[in-house]
Design a binder for this molecule. Structure first.
Ligand code: NAP
Length: 681
């Protein structure tokens, strides 16, 4: 029988213990074995000593480009993974979510490189002034942890579950060991083989465990990070591991969740919203045969609409074709294995003790192109719980399959209470066109939910849906959902970095951060910065401009040119009760005049100015005052070439400090320029 292997210490290895037979979820046939018995301690040392240093040599820009290259490669070979995915019981759509959703996540995280500096660590926010004379400041930097990210994953998304997690630790410069859930590890294994063969990631940055990982947490150390996705019971057991506590290792838990979908009172039959609700709930019950952490488990409906919803949902569920995913027209595949089927049926029976089944049966349902007995198939099940404040099982028991419970509510406060009875969920959706209701519900239910989707006809077509966590938004939920905030763009990357406050003189902080800090030494020697190529510009290079006397004519002319005739610029009799003592110059005039002072006009390495990041007018400028500019190179970021013919260039951010006769700053801005490189090879 085929052996599915683990990838450890740079080699594919079978392991030497705890053999488990893997099955095709559709046919029940044995497809191979996995085993573990790996030396976890050596794997972790290898990641820390080989993968970590290699990743930390790369800047954020390089790591992002590496992920993009990986995503492009995996996308080009994506068709390989579909037949493997079908063996987990997934349909084509389910597989698309897992495979292409996972690859899409790599793309999304790769593009975050633009929001980080061009170096291997991050500089967060702005400096904090800590002294009266500006000689002592504080700042925050985030450096990659010199440990390993250990991802213990659930069986339901063998590809997406891995890619969404490694994307962020790799962006942060931290290597990973992925523990795939044994049941569907054969699909994760095929994806990791492709990743390793592509040779895009540095050595040691990714290892894989397909078999058991019992004991792995005995070897974690203080710079490691553990993430867990799976059942709350396993999660709680792992979270309380003594070694995690001793070494203060962060443990991010994504556990089960009793997500709900709520129908607004306005969304009566005949409205677009009613149809959207029925469609969304049916989809969220049956995609991945309900084995989604975000699947709808509780359907919260206005009392008067219970019967309508029950009928409409029942009709739609009865049209869900169940069977072999490779057959055209099949909309729901099987569960991931027989063990899952057993667990799902046991939990359905538990729910049936306190509520009525209104759709679904253990035996009488059709399966197309496969054997109901051999495969892990179940019918969708819909329950009705008429007393959801009394019969509480539906708020406690997570059936990890195509199963949901309809329940009535009297008013919005009851709907909020029912939503909160899930005791912490990943996601909730509300279908309504009533903005007041949306506001009331969202503010009442948010503290118990990681994400809330509000659907109506205007956004439904473009909506990404109840079930899809988006790479740039928080994914995770409070309480029962694990209390984690997995992923979520920059937040996810920072999870693998240590934030350190650094304090010192602005010149020292500039030297460390490679970002000019106000009060640091300026270099005013040499040619104008606009005469220098990207490589030649040094952080701190400064132009001290000539001065300009601001006149009333300037204000009049600027008002005429721009059309901005705001009273404070134009009417000296209108200033009572304002902070102005005279007609004040337009802030945009000051900015424009500053450009007139700092720009060196002849053609040179500066290609263009493409924006202003921050701009503050800090003191009014009146006619008769003179202004000058200190124009300082603040930060440099190398730009990638779009294609071979593109000009080699970089972004230079300049600090524009406009000051008056008293040497007080009247305006501060950061402008963004694109500067040509000398080396065009
Ligand atoms: P599970 O049984 O809790 O297993 C999760 C993972 O933990 C598997 O990889 C498992 O490996 C591993 N594991 C178990 N005991 C371990 C130990 N002592 N040491 C190290 N690893 C250990 O969960 P599951 O059945 O795979 O997944 C279903 C559950 O996941 C559902 O409850 C679902 O709601 C939840 N889920 C949540 C999210 C979310 O984002 N919140 C996402 C997906 C799924 P083995 O497979 O080798 O046992």
């Amino acid at each position: 029988m085929r052996k599915y292997e683990n990838y450890a210490l740079g080699n594919w290895v079978s392991g030497n213990g705890n053999e488990t037979v893997l099955h095709n979820a559709i046919t029940g046939a044995e497809i191979g074995i996995v085993s573990s018995g790996l030396d976890f301690s050596s794997m972790m040392e290898y990641a820390r000593n080989v993968g970590g240093p290699a990743l930390r040599k790369l800047t954020f820009q390089q790591r992002g480009l590496m992920l993009k290259q990986l995503a492009l490669h995996l996308h080009s070979v994506k068709s390989k993974f579909y037949p493997v995915s079908y063996q987990t019981g997934a349909t084509k759509i389910d597989s698309w979510i897992d495979i292409e959703g996972g690859i899409g996540n790599l793309f999304a995280n790769a593009s975050l490189r633009r929001q980080f500096p061009d170096q291997y660590f991050h500089v967060e926010g702005s400096a904090a002034p800590l002294s009266k004379n500006g000689t002592f400041i504080g700042h925050h930097i985030l450096v990659p942890k010199q440990g390993v990210a250990i991802h213990i994953n659930a069986f339901n998304f063998p590809v997406w579950g891995m890619l969404e997690k490694i994307a962020v630790n790799l962006m942060a410069g931290v290597p990973a060991i992925v523990k795939a859930a044994t049941l569907t590890s054969f699909l994760t294994e095929s994806m990791v083989r492709e990743i390793i063969e592509s040779d895009i990631l540095p050595k040691g940055s990714l290892q894989l465990i397909c078999g058991s990982a019992r004991g792995i947490l005995d070897h974690v150390d203080s710079e490691d990070v553990v993430t867990f996705t799976g059942s709350a019971d396993t999660g709680k057991m792992l979270k309380s591991h003594q070694r995690l506590i001793e070494k203060a290792v962060p443990f991010n838990m994504e556990a089960d969740s009793l997500n709900c979908s709520v129908l607004g009172e306005d969304a009566v039959p005949g409205t677009a919203e009613f149809d959207i609700f029925i469609k969304e709930v049916q989809k969220e019950m049956t995609v991945k045969a309900g084995q989604k952490c975000t699947a709808v488990r509780r359907v919260i409906v206005p009392e008067k609409l219970i019967e309508d919803v029950q009928i409409a949902l029942g009709q739609r569920l009865s049209k869900t074709t169940i069977g072999d995913p490779s057959i055209e027209g099949v909309r729901m595949g099987s569960l991931a294995g027989k063990s899952q089927k057993k667990e799902v049926l046991e939990n359905i029976n538990k729910l049936a003790n306190s509520q009525e089944i209104v759709f679904g049966s253990e035996e009488s349902f059709e399966v197309v192109g496969a054997s109901k007995e051999k495969g892990a198939f179940v019918s969708p099940f819909l329950f009705l719980n008429s007393y959801p404040f009394k019969n509480l099982d539906c708020h406690d028991i997570e059936v990890f399959g195509p199963v949901a419970t309809i329940m009535p509510y009297k008013d919005v406060n009851e709907a909020i209470k029912l939503a909160r009875l899930g005791k912490g969920s990943l996601v909730c959706s509300l279908v309504t066109n009533n903005m007041k209701l949306a506001e009331q519900f969202v503010l009442g239910a948010s503290s118990m939910h990681g994400r809330i989707l509000i659907l109506n006809e205007s956004c439904a077509k473009e909506s990404t849906g109840h079930g899809s966590p988006m790479p740039l938004l928080t994914h995770g939920g409070p309480g029962r959902a694990g209390g984690g905030e997995e992923m979520g763009g920059i937040r996810g990357i920072k999870h693998y970095m240590q934030r350190t406050a650094i304090q010192g003189h602005p010149s020292t902080i500039t030297a460390i951060t490679k970002q000019y800090q106000i009060g640091a030494k300026q270099n005013i020697d040499g040619p104008h910065v606009f005469r220098k190529y990207f490589e030649e510009i040094q952080i701190g290079d400064t132009v001290i401009t000539e001065k300009h006397l601001v006149t009333l004519d300037n204000i009049e002319e600027f008002a005429e040119l721009s059309g901005d005739k705001f009273y404070a610029h134009m009417d000296e009799n209108s200033l009572d009760g304002t902070i102005f003592t005279e007609r004040v110059a337009h802030g945009y005039f000051i900015m424009s005049k500053a450009a007139g002072l700092f720009v060196d006009p002849p053609k040179g390495p500066v290609l263009l100015n493409y924006g202003i990041d921050e701009c503050r007018f800090t003191k009014p400028v009146y006619p008769g005052m003179t202004i000058g500019v200190r124009f300082t190179a603040k930060e440099k970021i190398t730009q990638e070439k779009k294609d071979e013919n593109d000009i080699a260039k970089g972004i230079v951010k300049f600090l524009v400090d406009v000051y008056d006769d008293e040497n007080d700053t009247v305006m501060l801005a950061t402008i963004l320029t694109m500067v040509k490189m000398k080396d065009q090879s």
